[in-house]
Design a binder for this molecule. Structure first.
Ligand SMILES: Cc1ncc(COP(=O)(O)O)c(C=O)c1O
Length: 449
């Protein structure tokens, strides 16, 4: 049964319907998503949007959570799925945003548009705080409304005609934004992969690093360290190999350092710690996870002057153009908060937040390993990557949700390389983490009986 806005009818191919409506209905059937037909425009759907598989991972998980709550309205659901922060912001950060906001209602404090690339002081503070001794100039730092938005703007910058490679498993935004911009071929169900995108398999057996010997020559390489979802931070040696690979093959690395604040060992926190990276890499990063700014929205991208296109033109100039045309500068309020984050007092307070989440990760890792499970991550990132060999990860997700009321993320949502795993986020409140550990222990203990 298909519905119009004010009537319903049984669809039969023999029904005499106007041709235009038939077209719309067959399109509706093909996509098997749209259930209502009101007024349709003559604008065709973007073919790249049509290629996208399912919903974006996290809305799909939310949908399942809602269904679960319908079934168990009184369940105390613990959400360790989407990696959203839960701890309040330090007072020094909020008070500086409040002061700025109050200033906006005064003649002296009012400010309109800011520079599209970010406030001068903010760009300098980022260069000083994260790239000290790495030679990054404030003019190479572009302040933004978050790393995910920058990933899409970088796709817009690079355009549709590039061959890209991504770690598998990896944060879904790299592949989805590649599909949207038109870099992907069709989705091959059997493989769980898009044509024309190279999936760089990163498994524990190879220390979560791809086999570069068998990798073709991608033009863009998305590489995230510490990786979401595996929690693995690439070693210096691995990143040296990656930079060398990019140099030999003429590729550009888009390095996502959104979780660098969580690194506890001597793994590099920035790709620019690697010699030669300035000629082959762009780095995106964010205040979301290290400062709890998931809702405030602030991030940045570093584009070094030495990074050039094949014709010798600096990438930085084009990225500047994209930021001016497609963005318009990060919120001044968020930047006031960001500046406070990077003050000595702010950095101290934020280190406590990072330590808190990493203690959560330690609790989860201990609980799961005590049950004999194979667990990765949790040492350099607030994600715990749990292996259930031979299992389908959506089934594990569903069983954990059904029996413990805990939301996790099925590993296959991060690419075919995530099949057999679930990701558990350590960004919860401590009491939820302790309760979740107990429930998981009970579930797995009962399964063994
Ligand atoms: C690897 C990675 N990059 C970027 C983002 C998004 O960051 P932002 O909140 O700055 O858009 C996330 C969010 O989960 C992430 O996991």
């Amino acid at each position: 049964m298909y519905y119009t806005s004010n009537c319903s009818f049984n669809f039969s191919p023999n029904t005499l319907l106007p041709k235009m409506l038939m077209n719309r209905i067959s399109c509706t059937l093909k996509n098997d998503i749209v259930r209502s037909i009101g007024h349709c425009t003559e604008v065709p759907r973007n073919v790249n949007m049509e290629k996208l598989q399912h919903g974006y991972l996290f809305p799909e998980i939310e949908r399942r959570e809602l269904l679960h709550l319908k079934k168990y309205p009184h369940a105390n659901v613990i959400d360790l799925g989407i990696g959203d922060t839960t701890k309040p912001l330090p007072e020094i950060v909020t008070s500086s945003m409040v002061d700025f906001v109050h200033g906006l209602s005064t003649a002296e404090g009012y400010k309109g548009y800011g520079p599209e690339q970010g406030e001068k002081a903010m760009r300098k503070a980022i260069a000083d705080a994260f790239y000290k001794d790495l030679g990054i100039k404030p003019s190479e730092v572009f302040v933004s409304d978050g790393a995910q938005c920058d990933i899409s703007r970088l796709q817009l910058l690079m355009g549709p005609n590039l061959k890209i490679a991504v770690q598998d498993p990896s944060f879904p935004a790299y592949i989805d934004s590649s599909v949207i911009i038109g870099q992907a071929g069709k989705f091959v169900d059997r493989a769980g992969k898009y044509e024309n995108i190279e999936y760089l398999t990163c498994r524990p057996q190879t220390d979560f690093f791809p086999d570069l010997q068998t990798t073709s020559r991608p033009q863009l390489i998305f590489f995230c360290s510490p990786n979401n979802p595996t929690g693995h931070a690439a070693t210096r040696k691995q990143l040296e190999q990656l930079v060398n690979f990019a140099k030999v093959n003429g590729s550009i690395i888009i390095f996502d350092a959104a979780y660098s604040a969580y690194i506890t060992d001597d793994s590099p926190k920035s790709i620019f710690e690697i010699s030669g990276a300035r000629e082959v890499a762009i780095e995106v990063s964010s205040f979301s996870k290290f400062a709890g700014f998931t809702g405030v929205r602030l991030g940045w991208t570093v584009v070094p002057e030495e990074l050039l296109y094949s014709n010798g033109f600096p990438v930085l100039h084009d990225f500047n153009r994209i930021m001016c045309t497609c963005f318009n500068g990060a919120s001044r309020i968020a930047q006031a908060g960001g500046l406070a984050c990077l003050s000595p007092e702010g950095l101290n307070a934020l280190q406590s937040l990072v330590d808190y989440y990493m203690e959560n990760a330690r609790i989860l890792v201990n609980a799961l390993t005590s049950l004999g499970l194979i667990v990765y991550g949790g040492k350099n990132a607030p994600y715990v990557w749990v292996h259930f060999p031979g299992s389908n990860s959506w089934n594990v997700f569903a069983e954990v949700l059904e029996k413990t009321h805990i939301i996790t993320v099925p590993g296959s949502g991060f690419g075919p390389g995530g099949e057999g795993y679930i990701r558990i986020s350590a960004f919860g409140q401590r009491d939820s983490i302790i309760e979740a550990s107990k429930r998981l222990k009970n579930l797995l203990y009962q399964k063994e009986l």
